[in-house]
Design a protein. Structure first.
Length: 683
């Protein structure tokens, strides 16, 4: 037996250090690394089954070529040489006409800097393909934080254990941030109070001292309401505001418009609960906010994130290492993306940019002077857009185009791979080199391959290296090995020998990064007013630059035909659409469900576990109703993201979500969705 230290590749703040036990060339166990403090020897249920996923009997282990209709998932094996030759020939012919007709589509199927954003970027930049605006998860909140704090920066997660009050805002931490949750529990045992702010009564809400079940898309109003109470009760740190913030008089004027009565009406929560939350936040030291990306998937998600991010500066919470706010730590990392991605390969060209959240509409869009050429070729890797992108009826229709040449790099035949012309077998994390940052702690992690690639699988970087050679790209950068790319990711900013020896290296980040101000904003202050936003033309910010409440486009109860708001939080045992095909996890999850409050179910004659139709103007999907107080009245919870082919009638929750974008960051609005629910026959 041998043990190899690696890193979890998945889209989670925890970025755990892994130890893989290998016997006779096979991974037999994956466990958390006890030597890595943030991991502390603990893994989530999903990643603890990573060996099962790697050695899954349905792994794609040879290149495949489509022999059936798109979407049928019928393929025959072909050799690597034949696959690469055909891809190079097809892409080369399209590029000769206009390389912008080629589009890469990828996201966070792996968070690794090498397998996620290195050789692939070099390939498409050299080709001159359309650029992809990678927006589908975090851009609204990330850009909002940058316009407020100066970057994706904040508290060090370990100090939440010392907080006296923790607001868990828009996060089901037990499901999506397990190691933070362990710190929150440590704080609670020491006397801290935990408050969960979420439309759904999540597993995390069950374990907190209080749950505030606000309506979807009203987080900005709640934050402004808290500011109102901080002002009228003078629970403010005037010295910190004066020395380390920008735009306070204007923000104060706006916040004073949001009295508890108004906030209660907008948010759908009692006035007394708002007043008590503000009192607790204004008078408890140190107080910390763990905010996650759930609250920013609405029309006003960026403004909501800005409003929440202003709160710690008002109370001076940043003075304490156990006070402040954490959304993401990724801005602390000195990644040399220019070295990894080589934007110089564009050689002065300026390809168009296509937003990944509008892929459904864009694949069906004809050529035009405004849009440019129709998309004629699509290369998908690290993503499953047919399942995860909004308004999936359009997405599936776009992928079904016979004139669209589609290549998918994958480990399994997902909904997206079923639509491919050619599928290329990709390695899993246990089979390749990579290096990682985290958005939940401040350690750099190295992933060593624990086993040789199974079958004929190749790493993403190797596949794009091979394609570059077939396309005749002879720049020396296309010869860089995966290990060389790992070394380039941080250059001399991180000692690679330390990574090789232990698997991780700590960044030198101050314990209380903004105790004395020093925000990485243009002004050096926490910017309640953002001049950049005021000038940017982004909705809700033009000529203003202050955070505001921007209501949902599809407000609960506002549309008579679609009176229910729907959110689509992740199922506990999946990570987006990853792990859906791991049988033990699917057995734990059961089947696709729609949580509906007893009052809403009774009004529609819906019995528990009955098949229902969830629909709006964009489409419909069929699913079993689960009558539960996890859903608040007026809101249903469509747990996702199941593969479409595993759902009733071959659809999933994204059949009804919208391609509309957020106010800041051009992100998706998955949780800004009005629907109706109707009973169908018993099953």
């Amino acid at each position: 037996m041998a043990e190899v230290v690696g890193a979890c590749p998945h889209d989670c703040p925890d970025t755990c250090s892994l130890i893989t036990t290998v016997q006779d060339g096979r991974a037999v166990r994956v466990r958390g690394n006890p030597a890595h403090p943030p991991t502390d020897g603990v893994l989530c249920a999903k990643v603890s089954r990573y060996a099962e996923r790697t050695h899954h009997p349905q792994r794609v282990l040879t290149p495949l070529k489509r022999v059936g209709a798109k979407g049928e998932g019928r393929f025959e094996p072909i050799g690597w040489d034949a696959a690469l030759d055909e891809i190079a020939q097809r892409l080369g012919a399209i590029a000769a006409r206009d390389p912008q007709a080629i589009l890469p589509y990828s996201y966070a199927g792996t968070m690794g800097l090498v397998q996620g954003e290195s050789m692939d970027r070099r390939f498409f930049l050299r080709l001159g393909a359309s650029l992809l605006d990678r927006t589908i998860c975090s851009t609204a909140g990330g850009e909002a934080l940058t316009h407020t704090l100066g970057g994706k920066v904040g508290m060090k997660v370990e100090f939440f254990a010392e907080s006296r009050l923790i607001l868990i805002w828009g996060s089901n931490s037990i499901t999506s941030n397990l190691h933070f949750w362990r710190l929150a529990q440590q704080a609670r045992r020491a006397g801290a109070r935990l408050v969960c702010i979420d439309p759904r009564r999540t597993e995390t809400a069950d374990k907190c001292d209080e749950h505030i079940a606000l309506l979807p898309g009203t987080d900005g109003a709640l934050a402004l309401g808290l500011m109102h109470q901080l002002i009228v009760n003078d629970w403010l740190d005037h010295d910190y505001i004066e020395r380390h913030t920008l735009g306070w008089p204007a923000l104060k004027e706006r916040a004073l418009l949001w009295n508890p009565q108004r906030v209660a009406q907008v948010c759908g929560v009692p006035e007394a609960q708002i007043i008590e939350l503000a009192r607790a936040y204004g008078t408890t030291k140190p107080a910390a906010i763990r905010v996650n990306y759930g609250l920013q998937r609405c029309a006003g998600g960026g403004n909501a994130m800005r409003a929440v991010a202003c709160l710690p500066a008002l109370t001076g919470a940043w003075r304490h290492r156990a006070g402040g706010l954490l959304l993401s730590t990724s801005g602390h990392y000195p990644v040399d993306r220019a070295a990894l991605q080589r934007p110089d390969l564009l050689a002065g060209r300026t390809p168009r940019t296509i937003n990944m959240s509008t892929i459904g509409a864009d694949l069906l869009r004809p050529a035009s002077p405004e849009f440019g050429p129709a998309v004629q070729a699509l290369v998908v890797y690290n993503s499953n857009p047919v399942a995860v992108a909004p308004e999936s009826r359009q997405v599936a229709a776009g992928f079904a185009r016979e004139d669209l040449f589609t290549v998918v790099l994958e480990q399994f035949l997902t909904d997206t791979a079923d639509h491919a012309d050619i599928v290329l077998p990709a390695t899993t994390q246990l089979e390749h080199w990579d290096v990682h940052l985290s958005y939940g702690h401040t350690d750099v992690l190295l992933n060593r391959p624990a086993i040789a690639p199974l079958g004929q699988a190749r790493s993403n970087a190797q596949i794009f290296r091979d394609l570059a050679a077939r396309m005749g790209f002879d720049e020396p950068c296309f010869a860089d090995s995966d290990e060389a790319l790992c070394r380039q990711a941080y250059g001399d900013k991180v000692d690679f020998d330390v990574l090789l020896q232990g698997g991780f290296a700590r960044l030198a980040v101050p314990d209380a990064p903004f105790a004395d101000g020093g925000f990485p904003t243009p002004s050096g202050r926490c910017e309640f007013f953002s001049a950049a936003l005021a000038q940017s033309g982004e909705a809700g910010a033009v000529g203003d630059g202050l955070p505001n409440h921007v209501p949902n486009r599809e407000v609960a109860g506002a549309h008579p035909a679609y009176p229910l708001a729907m959110i689509s939080p992740p199922a506990r045992n999946f990570l987006n659409s990853s792990f859906v095909n791991v049988q033990t996890l699917r057995d734990m999850e059961g089947e696709p469900l729609l949580e509906i409050h007893p009052d809403d179910a009774a009004a529609r004659g819906i019995a528990s576990e009955q098949l229902v139709r969830v629909f709006n103007d964009r489409g419909e999907y069929r699913v079993k109703a689960h009558i539960s107080t996890r859903a608040r009245p007026g809101v249903v919870n469509g747990l996702g993201i199941w593969w479409r082919k595993l759902g009733v009638a071959g659809t999933n929750v994204n059949e009804v979500t919208s391609q509309q974008l957020t106010d800041i960051g051009r992100g998706p609005t998955f949780y800004d969705c009005a629907v109706q629910v109707a009973a169908l026959a018993h099953v």
